[in-house]
Ligand binder design. Structure first.
Ligand code: FAD
Ligand code: DLZ
Ligand code: SF4
Length: 511
């Protein structure tokens, strides 16, 4: 029968379930719509990335002989929502059925579930098979567990896909090489510069379009250099595996001024759009290890991120939506300080991380978790506001991956589903794992007084404020023990300093 096939902006994969069995008589619909571009005010580089990659993918499908109806943002008849564009296509094409792949966000799935009734045509919503773990498998796994732990989930993924396995044992004799990883990085190391992809004419047209349509979104289109095709993404992966992966594990958690990439992959953009396949990416890394090109701690550390964390957060998202969008286990309610947008703060680590983020629509994991995330946790910022910020600022942000990382991992707002304890840390952590503190106006060794690092007093205040709630968390016993033993005058001084900082935040004063 006549089949209308829908491809969304982050479904740009040749083996997408919605394209399975497609023939030239079918109609593939892709649409650039204002509603998707503005439901959060995405960073301009993210808009360029998604729209340019969509245009390149449409061209690729046409070259493969398929018929594509591509509706551009400035098409005068554009209804500017996904449902409207499917309805317009259906009205002219008159399909017998509509086929779509399940979207990455709950919001879109809810809408899609209403399409059949609205269109009067059968709508088949197929599983998104571009993951190592299906949602049903995850539910089953959860049902057989007393306690959810990423580590055990990850081992199942390794066994099931036979990733980095030698017979039934993990390659190298251990599942986890973290104790070899995460070292401070000596000065003087020069990480290989990742390849940039010069915008072609299509991408330049999209950059102009985004500047015209969304001038008040954050960031700039200038300097855009992300991969926008599967071929470019494959080059980026090859370069990473050859040049940066060998040292990926060693300094995975280190932060350096002006260099947010270091030895990271810069692959999340491509993975999340579907330009790279996660299992194939893990296999490429495994191959490099088998060929002796990279050490096991690097290969395992990287595969853990993709086969472990990335799949786990997706499982948690679909398991717990829609309630997950409202969790707030610590009752945090402070407004997001303006400096999250302007970068105008004396806290060097925050200012530099926010600046990297604004320039590149990218920051690496530890900047996201231990700088902007940690501050939000310690200061008790409202999870809704923080969630919104993270959706806006990063070019790899889609709710299925952003939300569990923000609400769960960074803010502990899910009460421990994502992490077995809050990732709260004082300035000492940032000092050990970065070069920010040396150039900061605050003194990281001090906790009270106007020159003291704000993270220090806020850390103790966070523990004291949430002590009742956190007593039930076994891995918090150590820091709470230290809190309990602290002389009361010392704790009072720390809490007074924290109160002053929080007052200044609420008053919009510079800290
Ligand atoms: P690398 O360090 O090279 O890691 C390799 C790959 O592993 C990444 O490309 C990514 O696909 C995957 N990965 C690593 N950690 C995670 C994780 N915790 N969750 C999911 N995948 C992971 N990732 C996103 O893709 N989109 C987001 O919106 C996002 N928001 C985040 C918000 C917070 C508060 C935190 C703490 C993490 C967030 N992450 C997000 C996870 C992680 O920080 C990014 O995937 C990573 O920084 C992307 O850069 P990279 O490709 O250079 O990663
Ligand atoms: C992120 C995004 C943007 C900015 N624009 C579009 C668009 O114009 N058309 C489209 O089909 N998809 C877009 N996307 C991706 C969707 O938001 C994404 O598919 C859903 O959020 C589900 O993950
Ligand atoms: Fe950040 Fe504190 Fe270090 Fe300054 S001293 S860079 S605020 S951790």
């Amino acid at each position: 029968g006549r089949t209308l096939r829908i491809v969304l902006g982050d479904q740009l994969s040749d083996d997408l379930s919605a394209l399975d069995g497609a023939v030239p008589d079918d109609l593939v619909v892709m649409a650039e719509v204002r509603s998707e571009c503005t439901y959060v005010r995405h960073h301009k580089k993210k808009l360029v990335l998604v729209l340019s990659a969509m245009r390149h993918f449409a061209a690729r499908l046409r070259e493969a002989g398929l018929t594509v109806r591509y509706v551009a943002l400035d098409d005068p008849d554009n209804s500017h929502c996904l449902r409207g564009e499917v309805a317009r296509a259906a009205a002219t094409f008159r399909p017998d059925r509509v086929v779509a792949t399940s979207p990455g966000e709950w919001r879109v799935l809810e809408d899609m579930r209403g399409w059949q009734a609205a269109l009067g045509v059968p709508v088949e919503i197929l599983d998104d098979e571009r993951f190592l773990c299906g949602s049903r498998w995850f539910r089953h796994w959860v049902a057989t567990r007393q306690e959810l732990r990423m580590e055990f989930f990850y081992r199942e993924m390794r066994r099931h896909h036979r990733l980095l396995m030698e017979h039934d044992a993990p390659a190298g004799g251990r599942w986890n090489f973290d104790r070899d990883n995460r070292k401070p990085m000596p000065a003087g190391i020069a990480p290989p510069v990742p390849p940039g992809f010069e915008p072609d004419d299509d991408t330049r047209a999209v950059m102009a379009l985004v500047d015209r349509w969304f001038p008040d979104h954050w960031g700039d289109t200038a300097g855009f250099a992300f991969p926008v095709t599967a071929e470019q993404a494959a080059l980026a992966l090859d370069h990473f595996v050859a040049e940066r992966l060998p040292s990926f594990g060693d300094w995975q958690d280190f932060m350096r001024e002006g260099d947010p990439v270091l030895f990271h992959g810069l692959l999340s953009f491509s993975l999340n759009l579907g330009l790279l396949d996660p299992l194939a990416t893990c296999r490429a890394v495994e191959r490099a290890w088998r060929e002796g090109l990279v050490p096991i701690n690097a290969a395992e550390g990287f595969v853990r991120q993709i086969a472990g964390w990335r799949e786990y957060v997706r499982g948690i998202y679909w398991l717990r939506m829609p309630e997950y969008g409202e969790v707030n286990a610590l009752g945090a309610d402070r407004a997001l300080p303006w400096f999250y947008w302007s970068g105008e703060t004396d806290m060097r680590c925050m200012a530099r991380t926010i600046d990297d983020t604004r320039r590149n629509a990218y920051a690496h994991h530890i900047q996201r978790l231990m700088v902007t995330g940690n501050f939000a946790l310690l200061a008790g910022l409202d999870p809704d506001a923080v969630d919104d910020w993270y959706m806006v600022v990063f070019a790899d942000a889609y709710q299925w991956v952003e939300m569990p990382n923000v609400r769960g991992m960074a803010l502990w707002a899910d009460g421990g589903l994502m992490g077995s304890k809050p990732y709260a840390a004082s300035g000492a952590y940032i000092h050990r794992m970065s070069d920010y503190c040396g150039r900061c106006r605050y003194d990281v060794r001090r906790a009270v007084g106007t020159d003291a690092c704000p993270f220090n007093a806020l850390y103790w205040d966070f523990l004291a404020r949430n002590a009742e709630r956190l007593r039930a968390v076994p891995r918090m016993a150590m820091p709470l023990g230290t809190l309990d033993r602290m002389p009361p005058p010392r704790l009072a001084a720390l809490r007074a300093r924290a109160a002053e900082l929080l007052r200044a935040l609420d008053a919009g004063e510079r800290i």
